[in-house]
Write a protein that binds this ligand. Structure first.
Ligand code: FEO
Length: 161
């Protein structure tokens, strides 16, 4: 195995973190779908796909470095979404958590002089800047429109495609 046991453990945990995020975004997508807010639903369906791709990147990396895969239990999703604002507040929180998880792995890779994992993780460092920024922007737009005018967010998403 080309990475340490500690790194393999963290990366395995990250597979389930990313799959958990994917499930959570699916849950949110279904909330918007049910509300007839199809652009917001699509935003989260797409986000769910992206999280699955993130999980797959870790799976492939673990295979490439000769580590075993063991997917831990994935927590149940939060089903009470309530409002669009809450959906984005929760999403921003998760993205900030993921950023901290990626940074902790990068810290370990640096500490272990694991250059391969540093190179691999760099993609996620950059991706998280994008993910946090997207959620911050969407939260700002949702707050500006308010729940009553949420169709304006739908229009915004239509025009930003
Ligand atoms: Fe895979 Fe949105 O972080």
């Amino acid at each position: 195995m080309q990475i340490s046991n500690a790194m393999a453990e963290r990366m395995n945990a990250q597979v389930s973190n990313e799959l958990g995020a994917s499930n959570q975004y699916l849950q949110i997508a279904s909330y918007f779908d049910g509300e007839g807010l199809f652009k917001l639903a699509k935003f989260f369906y797409d986000q769910a796909e992206e999280e699955r791709e993130h999980a797959m990147k870790f799976v492939h990396y673990l295979m490439d470095v000769g580590a075993a895969l063991g997917i831990a239990a994935i927590p149940a999703t939060k089903t009470e979404i309530g409002t669009a604002e809450n959906a984005f507040v929760m999403s921003l929180g998760w993205e900030q958590e993921v950023t901290a998880q990626i940074n902790a792995m990068m810290d370990l890779a640096i500490q272990e002089k694991d250059y391969a994992s540093q190179a691999f993780l760099q993609w996620f460092v950059t991706e998280q800047v994008e993910e946090v920024s997207t959620m911050e922007n969407m939260l700002q737009i949702v707050r500006r429109s308010g729940e009553k005018n949420i169709l304006m967010v739908e229009a915004y998403l239509t025009h930003s495609e």
